[in-house]
Design a protein around this ligand. Structure first.
Ligand SMILES: Nc1ncnc2c1ncn2[C@@H]1O[C@H](COP(=O)(O)OP(=O)(O)OP(=O)(O)O)[C@@H](O)[C@H]1O
Ligand SMILES: O=C(O)c1cc(-c2cccc(F)c2)nc2ccccc12
Ligand SMILES: [Mg+2]
Length: 273
């Protein structure tokens, strides 16, 4: 039998359940594939809205990339299909939902939980860079939590060797590194910067360069105006790691494999991820 990637899916293959959330182009539903009883997340995107936003080629490319990725901390795309009006993505179901909601609920994470997530993300990014996939929008709202509490990079913002990819400034600037805020070329070092931003936000509950006005955030990013509040207490080792990732010159940012060897990660990350 062919690998199930060649399988032609249709909506009647699934029993659709409760909505899991609303995205920009449609809803995501809990669903069960009838033959296998497999529980999945079915992301429904309206063709009209995809056309309107001129993202259909980007969606095809990202679906193509995503369907070939296999990593425990990257949300699986099992397949896709479409009908007259909609495109359906068959996704791994992340039973514990959005990391963002969890961070909001907890205010900030412990050093052990933060280090465990950062180690998982570093391993996922090493895997991605190995496949020449760079630049994930690894901000908290694109991170989901699996049934065992493991982190899953869920966003479809993958891009292969993108240079000069114009990023619509929709959403937050907080995660953009200096080279993206100042120019448009960027390479895989951007992911190390975003990982540093995330590490700070996990520990303090807010991103490091947050400001009321976009212009102020921009100024703080390009200046790398990094300040560590006195509260909550964060260990010097954690601050050291963050300071080695949030470096203006992208070539001087701590490489991902060095992140995994950093004492703060070694001492705090749960090896099972
Ligand atoms: N695989 C999944 N498992 C569980 N919940 C999910 C899953 N995918 C999406 N959701 C829920 O649905 C919401 C919207 O999904 P998603 O963020 O993918 O839509 P989107 O914002 O349009 O996509 P993108 O973030 O790529 O622009 C998510 O915030 C999350 O709450
Ligand atoms: O009618 C189509 O052929 C169609 C196919 C796809 C599509 C095909 C494969 C993968 C994927 F993610 C999307 N996206 C669309 C978006 C807007 C309008 C039409 C389409
Ligand atoms: Mg989203």
């Amino acid at each position: 039998a062919h690998a199930n990637e060649e399988k032609r899916w249709v909506l009647s293959d699934f029993e659709v359940g409760k909505p899991l959330g609303r995205g920009k182009f449609g809803h995501v539903y809990l669903a069960r594939e009838k033959r296998s009883n497999q529980i999945v997340a079915l992301k429904v995107l309206f063709k009209s809205q995809l056309k309107q936003s001129q993202v259909e080629h980007q969606l095809r490319r990202e679906v193509e990339i995503q369907s070939h990725l296999r990593h425990p901390n990257i949300l699986r795309l099992y397949g896709y299909f479409y009908d007259q009006t909609r495109v359906y993505l068959i996704l791994e179901y992340a039973a514990k939902g959005e990391l963002y909601k969890e961070l909001t609920r907890c205010k900030h994470f412990s050093e052990r939980r933060s280090a465990t997530y950062i180690a998982s993300l570093a391993r996922a990014l090493i895997y991605l860079h190995g496949k020449h996939v760079i630049h994930r929008d690894i901000k908290p709202e694109n991170l989901l939590i699996g049934v065992q509490g493991e982190l899953k990079i869920a966003d479809f913002g993958w891009s292969v060797h993108t240079f000069n990819r114009r990023r619509t400034m929709c959403g937050t600037l907080d995660y953009l590194p200096p080279e993206m805020v100042e120019k448009t070329e960027h390479d895989y070092h951007v992911d190390i910067w975003s990982l540093g931003i995330l590490c700070y936000e996990f520990l303090y509950g807010v991103p490091p360069f947050e400001a009321k006005e976009h212009s102020e955030t921009y100024r703080r990013i390009v200046k790398v105006d990094l300040k560590f509040p006195l509260k909550p207490f964060v260990s010097p080792a954690a601050k050291d790691l963050i300071s080695q990732m949030l470096v203006k010159n992208s070539a001087h940012r701590l490489p991902l494999h060095k992140v995994l060897e950093h004492p703060w990660i070694v001492q705090n990350a749960d090896p099972s991820g």
